[in-house]
Design a protein around this ligand. Structure first.
Ligand code: PEP
Ligand code: MN
Length: 339
């Protein structure tokens, strides 16, 4: 349930309502907008009488929130959220491009890619140090060494860094070296991992599970925020359907649906969704046109020799051509993008 205060409600009006809620054993989430303040209530509402709340001074109306996710719900927090990562921000007004290899393969390789993606307009470097591969015989990642190379490449280029974490140990290591944690599609409903990522307080990119509904995805985000960490960004990366022409089916309609349902920023990954470098530019442009807050794109110096996801990786030239084409799409949706 949310309590919408009147535009002229005073801070003591707000405080009195908030205290009444916490005195009844529930949690308060305050959202102060330009016009009105919204007081969100989290917890067992059967402990509260709405009639009592409606008579408090300054209360305009009480609206039930029927969705199970509350803190990620746009009703609780009508203004879009911006999440700060290193020297960049993911959210309104900006187009964030996260680019880099699927897997960190060596220090030299990562440094080369970091410099190239930065020159083409990326503000974040992606790179996997822990790779959740379908086959146990595929390259599994450089783990802690990979994280160290991410830190070095981030420092050398000024790019903010993001790395996937797959376990508690990976989280403990990653917090020392990178700016943002990534929870991959396969772990979207690993609730223990979500809570641990939440406890770090670090920005978290939460990818959509392979078969997850939008509601399940927002509930997964709720696990992170419920640990006191509001720095959550969602990433649409395609879902499993009957279609086999692409690796997954990119659900671009998730972007406007999420805009209605949540205040969290939204990134689109055209690489894992299509599985082919040939389709990445078209879907990247479409994602910007439908007002995604950013893109996550796999880029490799030599895709044919990549240890992971070569077929969907763009080489430097293709990535540069793509970022050169983004300006008009950014303009349509009012985002700035400096190349
Ligand atoms: C990745 O980004 O490297 C990755 C494994 O993606 P996903 O979890 O979306 O499959
Ligand atoms: Mn990959």
């Amino acid at each position: 349930m949310i309590i919408i205060m009147k535009p002229d409600a005073t801070s003591s009006n707000i405080e009195r309502v908030a205290n009444y809620i916490t005195d009844n054993g529930l949690q308060v989430h305050l959202s102060k907008g330009t016009e009105v303040t919204i007081i969100g209530i989290v917890g067992d509402k059967s402990r509260l009488s709405t009639e009592n709340i409606s008579i408090f001074e300054g209360v305009d109306r009480i609206v039930p929130v029927t969705e199970s996710y509350k803190l990620s719900n746009r009703k609780f927090h009508p203004e879009p959220t911006s999440v700060k990562v290193g020297c960049t921000s993911i959210g309104p007004g900006n187009l964030t491009i996260m680019a880099g290899p699927c897997a960190v393969e060596s220090n030299d390789q990562l440094m080369l890619i970091a410099k190239a993606v930065k020159a083409s307009g990326a503000t974040m470097l992606r790179g996997g140090a822990y790779k959740p591969r379908t086959s146990p015989y595929s390259f599994q990642g450089l783990e802690q060494d990979g994280l160290k190379y991410m830190q070095e490449a981030g420092e050398a280029t000024g790019l903010a860094t993001i790395c996937e974490v797959v376990s508690q140990e990976a989280i403990e290591a990653a917090v020392k070296y990178v700016d943002m944690l990534q929870i991959g599609a396969r772990n979207m409903q690993n609730f223990y991992l979500l809570k641990e990522a939440g406890k770090t307080g670090m920005p978290v990119l939460l990818k959509r599970g392979l078969c997850a509904t939008i509601e399940e995805w927002l509930n997964a985000a709720e696990y992170i925020i419920a640990e006191g960490n509001p720095n959550v960004v969602l990433c649409e990366r395609g879902i499993r359907t009957y279609e086999t022409a692409t690796r997954n089916t990119l659900d671009l309609s998730a972007v406007p649906v999420l805009r209605e349902k949540t205040h969290l920023p939204i990134i689109v990954d055209p690489s894992h969704s299509t599985g082919s470098y040939r389709y990445v530019p078209a879907m990247a442009k479409a994602a910007v046109a439908c007002d995604a807050d950013g893109l996550m794109i796999e880029v490799h110096n030599n895709p044919a020799c990549a240890l992971s996801d070569g077929p969907q990786s763009l080489n430097f030239e293709k990535f540069d051509r793509l970022t050169s084409q983004l300006a008009p799409f950014c303009q349509i949706v009012g985002r700035s993008f400096q190349k």
